[in-house]
Design a protein around this ligand. Structure first.
Ligand code: AMP
Ligand code: GLY
Length: 416
């Protein structure tokens, strides 16, 4: 069958790469894609949020299965529209995706159904929020309610930081309307892990977990980014923890979404902190993580088309979705200046010197005659597998060292 992947980051390149090894796939399309996905199939010049454009393209090219990468497409209602047109698409509806697109919806759901999460209050009025921060010295976490491209969460160690975060979100509206409603959440301590499952709305596949690195510099220093690297599985992840996260968090959440009238089909992502009192949710996402996908999908031993079809057909319980025991490490290479201002258009050298079995997933790249050039802040993820995290890490960094573009930056401590 012909398959379309919606999106254009390294996550979508990793999805397309995995789909490309499926015997089901005769032709692969990506919209809008990047220089990496262009090597696997055809890039369509359609934005990930242009729902009508995507519907038209799928009809025109006779695509039989569409996979949604980013949350912005889900929020635009792409799944609802495809379903209304009778087109097969893997991902949650707009209503089910509120688990990610509205932090207030997610928090209410967790509180109502007893899913472990940090205590939080919702504020729609700036003065009330300020009063709360003045009475609760922190540390605390201020979260804008809606989608903010990963920028709407501020961890505030002091009262002043809390007040400033409120001012930016609610008064200056730096996140637009997403900041009209703000959650103030207790600060949780412990290791953070990202947990994923394929679900058909009722059944869940075995979980897979990864860690990601948000800050730009080694040792978790500097500003937050869209993710500087990832590894899978986390060192703490074992059968007992997987069982606990399944029974206390992932399965009850899927059940709760049914009870609320919005069953969730697709990939559910739990952002979890392993606190001294047990695992607690800090966020849910309605899709794969970036950069976690680039380390998790290489570990998937099941055909990815089969897994996605099972989420659509309600047959996750009859399918075997298996994850390799091997470890995986992904290092993100970014442009100088990222996550602030950066220049683009620099040729990327060394992509032809990569070891077999190591994957280079493109994000901000543009295909050119000689070599691809940089076209964004997040440029590449270099992912390698190994019998241990140490082995995977060494392979990943050996290959990162062969890739060069002007001003390239990356963290040296991924999976260390
Ligand atoms: P998010 O955008 O929800 O992934 O949040 C960004 C980052 O803020 C997370 O990766 C955590 O490191 C941190 N964070 C969010 N909520 C909390 C919390 N309640 N306690 C501590 N850290 C948090
Ligand atoms: N890795 C964080 C995210 O995808 O939201």
């Amino acid at each position: 069958m012909k398959v379309l992947v919606i999106g254009g980051g390294a996550r979508e390149h990793a999805i397309a790469w995995k789909l490309n090894s499926s015997p089901h796939v005769t032709e692969l399309y990506t919209a809008p894609g990047n220089a990496g996905t262009a090597q696997l199939g055809t890039n369509l010049d359609i934005s990930a949020t242009d729902v009508q454009g995507l519907v038209d393209a799928v009809k025109q090219h006779d695509v039989k299965l569409t996979i949604v990468g980013p949350e912005t497409s889900l929020d635009a209602g792409v799944v609802d529209q495809f379903r209304a047109e009778g087109l097969a698409i893997a991902g949650p509806t707009q209503a089910a995706a509120r688990i990610e697109t509205s932090k207030a919806f997610a928090k209410d759901l967790m509180q109502k159904y007893g899913i472990p999460t940090g205590k939080a209050d919702l504020f729609t009025n700036y003065e009330d929020a300020v009063r709360y921060v003045n009475q609760n010295p922190g540390p605390l976490v201020v979260k804008a309610d809606g989608l903010t491209g990963g920028k709407g969460v501020t961890v505030c160690q002091t009262q002043d930081e809390g007040l400033q975060a409120l001012r930016e979100a609610m008064e200056e509206q730096v996140f637009g309307s997403s900041g009209e409603h703000v959650l103030i959440e207790e600060f949780l301590t412990g290791q953070e892990i990202s947990v994923f499952t394929f679900t058909d709305g009722v059944h869940l596949s075995p979980l897979v977990a990864a860690c990601d690195y948000k800050r730009i510099r080694d040792g978790e220093q500097g500003p937050n980014t869209g993710g500087m690297g990832s590894y899978s599985p986390p060192r703490v992840w074992d059968d007992a923890l997987a069982e606990q996260v399944m029974t206390e968090i992932m399965a009850p959440t899927i059940k709760a979404l049914v009870a609320e009238g919005c069953p969730f089909q697709g990939v559910l992502y739990g952002g979890i902190i392993l606190t001294p009192e047990g695992p607690k949710v800090i966020e849910f996402n309605a899709r794969w993580g970036d950069p976690e996908t680039q380390t998790v999908l290489p570990r998937l031993e099941t055909d990815l088309v089969d897994a996605y079809l099972a989420t659509i057909n309600g047959t996750i319980d009859q399918s075997t979705i298996e994850w390799s025991e091997d470890a995986s490490v992904g290092v993100v290479m970014v442009s100088a200046g990222y996550p602030g201002d950066y220049e683009t258009g620099f040729p990327i050298d060394g992509l032809d010197a990569i070891d077999e079995g190591v994957s280079v997933f493109h994000a901000g790249t543009r295909a050119q005659e000689r070599a691809p050039t940089t076209s964004g802040g997040r440029v590449l993820t270099v992912s390698a597998m190994g019998a241990s995290l140490e082995q995977a890490r060494e392979r990943a960094y050996n290959n990162v060292a062969r890739i060069a573009f002007k001003g390239a930056q990356y963290r040296k401590d991924i999976a260390k």
